[in-house]
Ligand binder design. Sequence first.
Ligand code: PBG
Length: 326
Amino acid sequence: MAFPTQRLRRTRGTAGLRGIVRETELSPNDFIYPIFVAAGEDVKNPIASMPGIFQLSINHAVEEAKKAHSLGIPGVLLFGIPDEKDEAASGAYDPEGVVQLAIRAIKDAVPELLVVADVCLCEYTSHGHCGIVDKERGVVLNDASLELLAQTAASQAEAGADIIAPSDMMDGRVAALRSELDREGFSETPIMAYSAKYASAFYGPFREAADSAPQFGDRRGYQMDPANAREALREVALDVEEGADIVMVKPALPYLDVIRRVRDATNLPVAAYNVSGEYSMLKAAVQNGWLDEERAVLETLTGIKRAGADIIISYHAPDAARWLAR
Ligand code: PBG
């Protein structure tokens, strides 16, 4: 007589058996690779807290984009590090801004690679907040920020961005971007909204990379409380109503339940952002010899996909794609 457990074991005996019953198959095609584009010539600054990741001038960003494409990664996500920051975030919507120039250069060099443009003001404001600030009151001005965010999105679409990804979390930003894009003739350009974006400690290394830590206060006024999951569904529903084409949960690892709930609540594609701090902690353990990098990274990314993500934004993307190709 067979024990019931034998039925489970019967499909685990060989790689072939495991293969045909596997529920989740990770592929390079699932990934989007973030790139930090810096102003200047021939810049390649390592980011101390993110081993293997650099601030890259446009020539190097193009090389990195080509590499991603050759590994079968369908898209890159661009963040800009401008020369100068100011209170109006002028670098964000400058038609000759660092991201706008990088979009043109990458689309010229690798037209088939999708270029996703992050829309936020925090990398361009002198105070590091994601919107325009009323200094006397020390608050972020939602509606004034919307206008500049919409201008930013239009300038990125004009430069050739394939997807516009607002990460600022101002109220009404998806609707504001959609109507500006439509008005400017970009009604075909999709919006990937950072819909459930938590106020997370795991953005720390990114803020080093983008030099965008807020100079006063924090982002809790516009980012979500890690304790809330139902609120994420409300954020997603609002973004869908406003016209989002893809919705995102960010970060990924502490919010796998949220990814699953969003997946079950909408039929739109769901993206998950495996953020800088998630990358850093894994890399740190690997550098100490405490974890096997390939296994830990592939297990992590498989877990994010199994939770329900269709698209995984990850700094591990090129390494993972290389491992998956073997
Ligand atoms: C900008 C933005 C942030 C990240 C993506 N877009 C930082 C923040 O909100 O402070 C974080 C990405 C990462 O940590 O990898 N609003």
